[in-house]
Design a protein around this ligand. Sequence first.
Ligand SMILES: *[C@@H]1O[C@H](CO)[C@@H](O)[C@H](O)[C@H]1NC(C)=O
Ligand SMILES: *[C@@H]1O[C@H](CO)[C@@H](O)[C@H](O)[C@H]1NC(C)=O
Ligand SMILES: *[C@@H]1O[C@H](CO)[C@@H](O)[C@H](O)[C@H]1NC(C)=O
Ligand SMILES: *[C@@H]1O[C@H](CO)[C@@H](O)[C@H](O)[C@H]1NC(C)=O
Ligand SMILES: *[C@@H]1O[C@H](CO)[C@@H](O)[C@H](O)[C@H]1NC(C)=O
Length: 464
Amino acid sequence: MLLFCLSLLAGWLLTPAAGFTPPSRFNPLEHLGGVAPYFEPHGPPASPAPPQGCAPVRAAYLSRHAAIYTNDYDYEAYIEPFIAKWQNLAIDWSKIPSLSFLAGWTAPVSEAEEELLTRMGKLEATELAISLSFRYPGLKPPRRVWASSAERVAKSAQALIRGFELEENTIGLVTIEESETTGANSLTPYKSCPAYSPATGANQSSVFVKRFTKPIIARLNAAAPDLNFTANDVYGMMELCGYESVIRGSSPFCNLDLFSPDDWLSWEYAADIMSHYNTGYGSSVSGVIGLPWFQATADLLMAANHHANSQDLWVSFTHREFTSAVLVAMGLFNNTEPGGGCVNQSMPLDHINHRRAWKSSHIMPFMGNLAIEKLSCTGSYGFPNGYYYRALANNAPQQLPGCRDGPGSSCSDLEFHAYVQTRASMFSSFSETCGVTDDNSPERLTIYTDPGVGNGTLVGKRTV
Ligand SMILES: *[C@@H]1O[C@H](CO)[C@@H](O)[C@H](O)[C@H]1NC(C)=O
Ligand SMILES: *[C@@H]1O[C@H](CO)[C@@H](O)[C@H](O)[C@H]1NC(C)=O
Ligand SMILES: *[C@@H]1O[C@H](CO)[C@@H](O)[C@H](O)[C@H]1NC(C)=O
Ligand SMILES: *[C@@H]1O[C@H](CO)[C@@H](O)[C@H](O)[C@H]1NC(C)=O
Ligand SMILES: *[C@@H]1O[C@H](CO)[C@@H](O)[C@H](O)[C@H]1NC(C)=O
């Protein structure tokens, strides 16, 4: 009897039950917030295919730029100071188990490469074009693509255009200046919003960073006392897992012997606290910053006249702050419990809210994107024929709260119109909320319809 049980047990150990994920399968790259390569978390795991009987007739995408070699802030605050200490100290790393790789490591990035798009970033953006062309065989490829003017953003758009073009020089890149004086009329309106500060959220996030790095610092300092690891070093080493991976294809900093799954979940939560206060639901200006894009895009999609010259597919590139603000304006990934929950209590600073909806790894990895589709549904059993709308984040359909009378996660033309109006009335004044004093500052986003914006610059062969 005992023998029988043992063999059963052995059999069980050798063939783990379906769905059981051994800890070693944990992938830090899916928990690295804004420094994660693009991935589709499939949260919720609903099919991205249109609901039965429906076909997309128009779609609009807002994407963060693709993978870069580090942004200037991350490099200067976290990565460079760690690299400088590592370079300047004569430590025999080969004798330190979890850090022995540092004996033969070379830094993957220098100041000269800050902010540049990586090869992988270019590929990610080109691949997005291919996947959009597979996804929307019935839509014309875009005639114009929009991007804010930072090099990494414009280059992401160029790489996407090259993926769409069958012939060179057929699609224009419209570059929208990242200005402090264009009010709501840009792809970076937070830069024109005096009430927005890029540092917002850093104080709150640092409370949690101090907390989660404390045992890690003690462990690393016990192993290599001469380096005198700080919270910023630990934060930067964990960022290097993401950045080195998008530069070189892999990184020894991702090793789970160095940082455990709990360490990565904590890093992820610290990044989420930052983005919650910076441009998420914990910011009192993100709604007004994001609303103009939602409104302008909804107008493009809802417009009755599907005339031959207009686009079917609009794609715009920006930075994560803007995508995040648009999610707030649309009411997506809202942590707050209905019925009077306090928004900031949903992101406590002394423990991880594992059930949170606001997970930046899922929302804004490199090239993280948000889409709104207009569907034409005929014969979608149980629903009248007509137009329906739905939102997707990184290819996963998302339910707009209070807009759910259509098939799948979609809602009807009537409800969608009402939803856009409700959101517009919640976030009605960009200038007033942002504290813009110029009376002529634009309150709306018109880059998609204003003829003065032009057709952009055609994108051809790469010349450099
Ligand atoms: C962060 O905290 C410091 C020190 O308490 C304070 O001076 C600063 O204004 C805070 N920054 C923000 C953006 O709240
Ligand atoms: C280690 O770093 C901390 C924080 O930067 C600093 O206050 C301390 O003096 C350093 N200790 C040594 C031994 O260098
Ligand atoms: C959440 O915290 C931020 C920063 O302290 C504050 O500006 C905002 O008003 C708070 N939100 C609410 C609803 O209390
Ligand atoms: C977030 O959800 C709460 C609870 O449902 C709601 O009261 C609040 O208005 C929502 N916030 C936004 C910006 O949609
Ligand atoms: C942009 O392209 C459209 C369609 O080809 C054309 O009608 C229009 O004149 C062009 N606009 C400019 C400013 O070149």
